[in-house]
Design a protein around this ligand. Sequence first.
Ligand code: SF4
Length: 227
Amino acid sequence: MSALNPTMRVGDQIAEALRHNLELSRKQASERAVSMLEMVRVPDAPRRARAFPHEMSGGMRQRVVIAIALCCNPLLIVADEPTTALDVTIQAQILTLIGDLCRQTGAALILVSHDFGVVSRLATRVAVMYAGQIIERGSTREIFEEPLHPYTRGLIGAMPELGSRFATGQDRLPEILGSLPDLLSPPTGCRFADRCPEVHAACSAPPPDVALREDRRVKCWLYADDQ
Ligand code: SF4
């Protein structure tokens, strides 16, 4: 919502990135800006390129920002909560767009999100973080179908399914009790220990990062052979 310059037309903002990075002429950059708007499926792109950000909806502004991110042919895109402020319908359109564009351009995507629905749609591999550490990683299927770390299991257990007793308000949604540790003086052992239903004596020491298979890891004493 605030990434665009409110005093500049959106086409000029895309062209600015192109001229700065690719040394294009003003005319070449303007033409490429319009084609970038077409690429991110902004209707009537030549006219919309002359609009100011406040004349566009949230979803359209998001597309402009994606066009700026893609216009210099990046190899890697870091998308940090790319759809947070959008309603669910527009969110679905933007996620489809990001996925399509990455496939078309060959760019890799690092997606940062707290929303498992978004993660399951876009990611092929997932790293789950807790209190500043990666505590589990694996393929998206492995994480959703076979979560190993008690924190990941708690997160997935707290997702209501459509029509479930939790979604219909007939029962209480499971929650992870407690709150995050103080990251200025984190616990010396497992950072999740105060909230973990499976905490035991070994957890007062830092848990090992256990490799179960290639690129399938979990940072928890439950999976260490020598616990
Ligand atoms: S190391 Fe211990 S406290 Fe930490 S997640 Fe594993 S079982 Fe729970």
